[in-house]
Design a protein around this ligand. Structure first.
Ligand SMILES: Nc1ncnc2c1ncn2[C@@H]1O[C@H](COP(=O)(O)OP(=O)(O)OP(=O)(O)O)[C@@H](O)[C@H]1O
Length: 228
């Protein structure tokens, strides 16, 4: 049993996390024996060549995918000891996500996209919180635009506002600058780190972007599914 102090300092902990998939009659090991720790407030980059297992690891850290063996402790909870509903509830409480492809809901406006996680978590002031966040990311003039009416950088700013809406302890991002030109990418990096400082959010980012990985306090490198 972890001590209360350990639980407070370690936000994320994995123990010999392994992921295998069946391809035809063969078993492919995508991740092998990943043991790592992330402390509250850290900004950590997961780096490595294409196919090294970065996105798979992020999916396991979020509890969106299930490991073949090993454990993930999130804020002191063994997430794979929970049933799916409890895991989803914990995710809603603790995690925010930013994806390479933004993943905004196309039928909702920018404001409605940011309001959604707030409404799902029962926030009584979803609209004013979402408004303030969109103002914070410089999109006050785009509240009622649909995703297709926004540029890539604007869509990613909405996605970041949405990810921070529930004030998550941990923000997971998969190639957040991957689909953006370099100057828009720089703005997105600045924004994430500003919000990281303002909210004290822990960041775990998968990235190929050298500038983004160097901004993080630590890099975790994967080589063929193993920690380098
Ligand atoms: N469901 C699956 N079935 C078979 N192979 C898979 C599956 N999921 C992932 N893989 C393989 O596992 C490896 C790791 O994939 P993953 O997407 O985690 O890599 P990555 O490091 O994020 O790559 P990239 O930087 O190109 O996005 C790849 O070779 C991929 O083809």
């Amino acid at each position: 049993m972890a001590s209360p102090k350990l639980v407070k300092e370690l936000l994320l902990q994995t123990d010999t996390l392994t992921k295998q998939v069946s391809t035809g009659d063969k078993k492919l090991t995508i991740l092998k024996d990943i043991t790592l720790e992330v402390k509250a407030g850290e900004a950590v980059a997961i780096v490595g060549a294409s196919g090294s297992g970065k996105s798979t690891l992020l999916g396991l850290l979020a509890g969106l995918d299930v490991p073949t063996s090993g454990k993930v402790h999130l804020d002191g909870t063994d997430i794979f000891a929970l049933d799916e509903d409890s895991r989803a509830a914990l995710r809603g409480k603790i995690l925010g996500f930013v994806f390479q492809s933004f993943q905004l809901l196309p039928a909702l406006t920018a404001l409605e996209n940011v309001m959604l996680p707030l409404e799902l978590s029962g926030s009584p002031s979803a609209d004013s919180t979402a408004y303030k966040l969109l103002e914070r990311v410089g999109l006050k003039m785009r509240l009622n635009h649909y995703p297709k009416q926004l540029s890539g950088g604007e869509q990613q700013r909405v996605a970041i506002a949405r990810a921070f809406a529930t004030d998550p302890k941990l923000l997971l991002a998969d190639e957040p600058t991957g689909n953006l030109d370099s100057s828009t990418g720089k703005q997105i990096i600045e924004l994430m780190f500003e919000l990281n400082r303002e909210h004290g959010t822990t960041l775990v980012l998968v990235t190929h972007d050298e500038e983004l990985s160097q901004r993080c306090s630590r890099q975790i490198r994967l080589v063929d599914g193993m920690l380098a």
